[in-house]
Design a protein around this ligand. Structure first.
Ligand SMILES: C[S@@+](CC[C@H](N)C(=O)[O-])C[C@H]1O[C@@H](n2cnc3c(N)ncnc32)[C@H](O)[C@@H]1O
Length: 188
């Protein structure tokens, strides 16, 4: 069952309609950098990040679901990638060393987070001073759509306001995604 979820997340993430290549280009991750993929799901992006950061960089795949993390680690093993660190998210810690991340990537996960402003504030400690947070989240969707009925969305304006309240600076937003908004924030 979990494999089905993992495959479904990866199918959606890799669908050309959702512009994964353009997302990667916009982030412009470099070899040797460290990134956390919070709500890593089936790991589509974690695996792509791992290929780029290489042996000197690290990818922290963070999820609340250990079966999904196992799926990601099995995929990494079969691809010969050993720079992904699976991390179970608990309430008060992500199990990531402080001040180590160049990027935190959150795609389609912020609608799951309770008390987002506190959550975003708490993420500050994991970032390097020049670190950035990337938030990709669903827009509300059409009337009677799954996204709207089940509340699987957060308005862009709300994310931007909460990030501001959490002490981040708006850097850039992109408008090439059909169903999501995409914003990059920096710590300073
Ligand atoms: C809709 S999926 C998105 C998966 C992936 N980011 C993608 O874009 O394909 C949301 C993921 O967030 C995870 N999740 C939910 N609440 C979370 C939390 N508090 N911390 C970390 N991950 C969480 C879920 O288990 C699931 O894997």
């Amino acid at each position: 069952m979990k494999k089905l979820f993992a495959e479904m997340f990866n199918r959606k993430a890799s669908d050309p309609k959702n512009k994964p290549d353009q997302i990667m280009e916009a982030i412009s991750l470099k070899p040797g950098q460290n990134i956390a993929d919070i709500g890593s799901g089936g790991g589509y992006f974690s695996l792509r990040f791992a290929k780029i950061v290489g042996e000197k960089g690290k990818v922290y795949a963070v999820d609340t679901n250990s079966n999904l993390l196992n799926y990601v680690m099995n995929s990494a093993k079969s691809m010969g990638l050993d720079n992904i660190i699976p991390t179970i998210a608990s309430n008060d810690s992500l199990g990531i060393p402080e001040k180590c991340l160049d990027f935190i990537f959150m795609r389609n996960v912020t609608h799951h987070l309770k008390n987002r402003t506190k959550y975003f504030k708490d993420l500050q400690k994991y970032l390097k001073p020049e670190g950035k947070i990337i938030v990709i989240e669903y827009d509300r969707g059409k009337y009677l759509s799954f996204l709207r009925i089940f509340g699987h969305y957060v308005f862009k304006e709300i994310i931007q306001q909460e990030m501001k309240e959490s002490g981040y600076i708006f850097k850039k937003e992109f408008d090439f995604l059909p169903d999501q908004h995409f914003t990059i924030f920096s710590k300073q």
